[in-house]
Write a protein that binds this ligand. Sequence first.
Ligand code: AGP
Length: 418
Amino acid sequence: MPLENGELARLTPTGVEVYDFEGHRLRKTPRTLNWNPVMVEKQGFKHYMLKEIYEQPGVVRTCLEDYLRADWEVNSPFSPVQLNLDASLLDNLQHVQIVACGTSWHASLVGKYLLEQVAQVPTSVQYASEFRYAPPPLLPNTLTIGVTQSGETADTLAALEMELKRRQGLEGAFEPRLLGITNRPESSLGHLVPHIIDTRAGIEIGVAATKTFVAQLMAFYLLTLELAWRRQSCDRPRLMELVTGLRQLPAQMEQILESQERYIEALSHDFAETQDFIFLGRGINFPIALEGALKLKEISYIHAEGYPAGEMKHGPIALLDAKVPVVTIAMPGSVFEKVLSNAQEARARDARLIGVTPLDEAEAQHTFDNLLPVPEVDELLSPILTVMPLQLLAYHIAARRGLDVDQPRNLAKSVTVE
Ligand code: AGP
């Protein structure tokens, strides 16, 4: 049964009693969650985080089965996705604004790239904790999206509540359009926001978000396809390419897990004593560089920074020497050559270069010292693949350092305080 604000629960040997703050007993109707004990077992994995990394191909598969129409083809008169979102939420949009924290904020940055480049909707992404105290001017025909895997992050909820109130106070064109992207539709977010994309990743126990991040990325792919379809911002053959590419992702993700985990585990020995890491990416993979750095920081306690590769020369390059490994995401596409050249600049400063790239060894030997290969894929879909070696790298470095990977110090799974 969901506990509302102003209620408290007393656990007894026979059940649960719910009261308001004046001590009155409340009648609540229990709700059965679709969970089972197997979901919360480690199933032979040493840590939940590793199990959850391995669950990611299945998460993407579920998402595709649930939300992508199997019968969609180039000439279909209907949208390739079925999110069951009202036209009143999505039609005539002029602007999308997204609020989120942490890893959900990184997923939102990928979302911004997709919404702007494919659906052609101007999109802003804000930390919920900043948005609350410096909200942007109200614009009409704006979709506000709250992204939170737990649905309980205090800053994200407060930002959305504030936005709802601001917009409810106004008439007509400022009609509130609110959407939540969450893994917990029964959460406080689900109570607050009338429209939800349920990411259906299953319970995530590791404090470091992995499968819920990939599921949030999937939600943004689906929303982007839906909007691109409605706005006719993308031609049908291109939509078909993206749909086909999405369907190939689970097998490609499995390929990464099969081919790389042992290598990354061995590589992690080299970094057990490392104190600083830099992660570089550009375009749609810049947020993945941020996410790789965050994963490493939170579970291994190694200082790490994610940077847009082109910005290195404006300051951070001064940090580089042989003691600072640089992980660079270099995927073929709009910024491929640029990223390779940024990586070479880092190598010229003696940094050890680790490449997340589909380049083979012969092609990569002039740029990278170590390769974390990922299959060649449409650049727009690549974040789902490029994040996986970074999750594995963070996991294995932390495990090698003997740290509590699933419950890192000072962190909680849901940050329910401001
Ligand atoms: C992710 O690894 C972190 N533990 C953290 O940044 C998290 O993403 C953030 O607190 C937001 O959580 P939410 O998605 O539940 O709102």
